[in-house]
Design a protein around this ligand. Structure first.
Ligand code: SAH
Length: 356
């Protein structure tokens, strides 16, 4: 039985590599039988990554500039109702000096990420984006600020932002409702993603693997959704419980399932920018290296000042919250070299046809 399944799975993986899509039932079959074909998937996903991006791994400097948030997502450690979160905001000067420091370390993409914090008005954010672009015209600016209006996304784009990361979190509307309070809606999340695309951003969607109530069917739907939406980037990482959230008792996702999904995403969207996330490095000490071997081609080390790092705790036991950025880079360089890859200095743009 097992042998037969391996043969079917391997031929589905060959088919996926050749056609870059499968039917929902075929994806589901692979997910259900992942243990008998994972190595074969990683081997193929790795080859596809190499054929598009050679052995280059792109790095993004992540600046977590605020942990204030008006939302109350059931999984997230910086949710509004977490009274134990020690809140902080970085000033414009602090954000710019993080980027200067990152520039000297070789970063050419800065990702500004934060909770949904109305303190940062369009005016303030546009000023930050345009100052960043003025100081470092050879750099890309990525924003990850959650849901905003079309006008706000437009103003930020005009100020110079290049890319936007907004994980849809789950492609199933009903499941979305189980992860978020009723004030938040799946429809709005998707409308935001469509608006971002329309405005010409390079767009990153994505989901959590193993979030509470997620089924294998949901995971198959993720791949159908991603194929259709065709984002430039896909951020996926394992769900990890945070002690001060309603989901504190739910089990964390495994690295294995996350790696398997990374491999499937690489074969479904061969040119996609695919990070091996910090969350993956948290559930498995070698998670990021394994992520690269499963098809990932991006790493997003933290550039936030050491003093605030422990405060941007989306989930428990997050790694790399104690080190200086320079130390993190040295450590990552070694880890990447060990996988046979190397860090690319440069903006690291999408290699597909819609490069902006
Ligand atoms: N406010 C922004 C940034 C969110 S934080 C936004 O809404 O897009 C970035 C990502 O961290 C989220 O999209 C979510 O997928 C992930 N995340 C949050 N809590 C998590 C948890 N407990 N485990 C794993 N990932 C989590």
């Amino acid at each position: 039985m097992q042998k037969q399944h391996t043969a079917i799975c391997n031929s589905l993986i060959d088919k996926l590599r050749k056609n870059t899509f499968l039917s929902y039932d075929e994806y589901l079959f692979l997910i259900k039988n992942k243990d008998c074909c994972a190595e074969y998937l990683y081997h193929n996903a790795s080859q596809v990554r190499k054929s598009v991006y050679s052995n280059k791994i792109y790095i993004r400097g992540l600046i977590e500039f605020t942990n204030y948030c008006k939302n109350n997502c059931f999984y997230c450690g910086i949710r509004r109702d977490n009274k134990n979160a020690d809140r902080y905001r970085l000033s414009e000067e602090e954000i710019l000096s993080c980027a200067d420091y990152g520039y000297d370390l070789g970063f050419r993409t800065f990702v500004l990420q934060g909770g949904e914090d109305s303190y940062y008005t369009d005016e303030i954010l546009c000023r930050i984006v345009s100052s960043l672009k003025e100081k470092h015209p050879d750099c890309a600016v990525t924003l990850s600020l959650g849901e905003r209006s079309f006008e706000s996304y437009k103003a930020l784009k005009e100020a110079g932002a290049d890319r936007y990361l907004l994980r849809h979190e789950t492609a199933d509307e009903q499941h979305y409702g189980m992860l978020h309070p009723s004030q938040m809606s799946f429809k709005n999340r998707i409308a935001c993603l469509n608006n971002l695309k329309q405005l010409g951003y390079q767009v990153g969607a994505g989901f959590m693997v193993g979030s509470p109530f997620q089924t294998q069917e949901n995971l198959a739907s993720e791949l159908m959704f991603l194929k259709k939406f065709n984002p430039h980037m896909v951020g996926i990482g394992p769900f990890i419980a945070h002690r001060d959230t309603p989901f504190h008792d739910y089990p964390c996702a495994t690295a294995q399932l996350t790696l398997f999904m990374l491999g499937l995403v690489r074969l479904t969207l061969p040119k996609v920018l695919l990070p091996a996330t910090t969350a993956l490095g948290t559930v498995d000490p070698l998670g990021r290296e394994k992520g690269i071997k499963a098809g990932a081609n991006v790493l997003m080390p933290n550039l936030s000042p050491a003093a605030v790092r422990k405060k941007y705790m989306l989930y428990d036991n997050k790694i790399c919250t104690g080190d200086e950025a320079a130390q993190c880079i040295e450590c990552l360089k070694k880890r990447i070299t060990a996988t046979g890859c190397e860090i690319e200095i440069g903006r690291g743009d999408y290699k597909g046809e819609r490069n902006g």
